[in-house]
Design a protein around this ligand. Structure first.
Ligand code: PMP
Length: 418
């Protein structure tokens, strides 16, 4: 390439230096951080942390971990580790670290099929399909179900992978105010001529810990001839007699068109699934590009998920414990005057307001030996920067008492509690 534009001989194209513009953007981000006098952690940090249990280590310091999605404490479970090691060591004809190809080529194997059958049975649906991650399940499913001329109605607080799936699909994207079924109805009325209509929601919202009005969404689905897709990423393992999710707990799991969930949170492993009718699963197997054009999960991961599924189904004490711990912590923080949202899940937002206050709150807790997520806009709406506390079944009463004391003390000192 000589840099000349083909149709305007002699004209010099501007040089493209990707490293230079990336450096420039990073420098600009750092400058803005400086201007706002916020800690350097405004830029994304990728510390080395060990995340398996109630405690974690960050920068060499042991901290009570209130910042993971390991709700049932399974990431550190030796039985799951053993199943993964066994799958690797005992594989025939020879151990394989990776699947080697897309499942539609040569990356499929018997353990995959067994897992999908077990998931379908657990969820009491006809069929299930395992994806490499929740992000890929959402993007690949949404983009397969809808396209140009269709309309997707999505809760404003839905996860980024849902938003990205809608953008990828090229369907019309209509966001309704959080959990506001009146607003959703208006949008459905306005766009009722769309070819296909898809209503989509998180079951438990990842930053607020509250739940979607699923029964009402089903009614609107029926009234407007739409499809309903529910993301059970944060409710799987937690609700339902065998941890099936919120749709099960409400007894509506057979009516929802598309049920999606992850193995990366309560299951403590990695990966995700979509389940529903066998037609849906056959359709996705042939149409979902994140499934077709990406390598299958490594066999050891499938074995880990399989073992985690057995534990999730049978060890009900884990969900009872984490829900009870969340209920108790939530009511104590609320009684002290903190805004902890509306939910009853293991995710508790502690609304701080400004970014600076949320950052100071998080830093003080870390100083006191407690790690909480510090979440700021644009992940959450402006002015609602917060701590995101997430509990595990492994936290003891004594640990949570200490966390509660520290949160209330620092909340008072920072003026979050008036
Ligand atoms: N959906 C929701 C609601 C989530 O919170 C997340 C993860 N934060 C995902 C999907 C993506 O799941 P994964 O991490 O397995 O890609």
């Amino acid at each position: 390439m000589n840099g000349n534009h083909p149709e305007t001989p002699g004209r010099q194209m501007p040089a493209c230096n990707p490293l230079a513009w990336m450096e420039e953007e990073l420098a600009d981000l750092a400058r803005r951080v400086q201007e706002r006098k916020l800690r350097q952690s405004e830029t994304a940090r990728a510390d080395e942390v060990e995340t398996a249990g109630a405690y974690t280590r960050r920068d060499g310091k042991l901290l009570m971990n209130l910042a993971s999605n390991n709700y049932l404490g399974l990431a550190g479970d030796k039985r799951i580790h053993q199943a993964m090691i066994q799958a690797l060591r005992g594989a025939r004809p020879s151990p394989a670290a990776g699947a080697g190809a897309s499942r539609l080529i040569t990356g499929n194997y018997a353990a995959y099929t067994r897992l999908e059958q077990d998931i379908a049975a657990w969820k009491e649906r006809e069929a299930a399909l395992v994806y490499a991650s929740g992000y890929m399940a959402n993007t690949g499913t949404i983009a397969a179900l809808v396209g140009r001329g269709d309309a997707v109605f999505s809760d404003r607080l839905n996860h980024a992978s849902i938003v990205d799936g809608i953008v990828l699909s090229r369907a019309g994207h209509y966001r309704y105010r959080h959990n506001d079924t009146g607003h959703l109805r208006q949008l459905l009325e306005r766009h009722q001529d769309a070819r296909r209509k898809l209503i989509i929601t998180d079951a438990v919202f990842s930053m607020d810990g509250d739940t979607a009005p699923l029964r009402e969404l089903l009614r609107l689905r029926d009234e407007f001839g739409a499809m309903l897709m529910v993301d059970e990423a944060h409710s799987g393992g937690i609700y339902g007699r065998q941890g099936e999710g919120l749709c099960h707990a409400l007894g509506i799991h057979r009516q929802v068109d598309v049920l999606m969930g992850t193995f990366s949170k309560a299951f403590g492993v990695y990966g995700a699934y979509v389940c529903g009718s066998s037609t849906l699963i056959r359709y996705l197997t042939n149409k979902s590009r994140t499934l077709i054009y990406s390598t299958g999960l490594p066999p050891a991961v499938i074995a880990g998920i399989q073992e985690a599924l057995n534990i999730v189904r049978t060890e009900g004490w884990r969900r009872t414990r984490v829900l009870e711990a969340a209920r108790s912590l939530r009511s104590r923080l609320r009684a002290a005057g903190l805004d902890v949202g509306e939910g009853d899940s293991p995710i508790l937002p502690v609304i701080a307001g400004s970014n600076a206050t949320a950052l100071a709150f998080g830093a003080r807790l870390e100083e006191a030996g407690i790690l909480a997520g510090t979440i700021r806009p644009p992940t959450v709406p402006a002015g609602s920067a917060r701590l995101r506390l997430s509990l595990t079944a492994l936290h003891t009463e004594a640990q949570l008492d200490e966390a509660c004391r520290q949160i209330i003390r620092n909340g008072r000192e920072l003026g979050v509690i008036q």
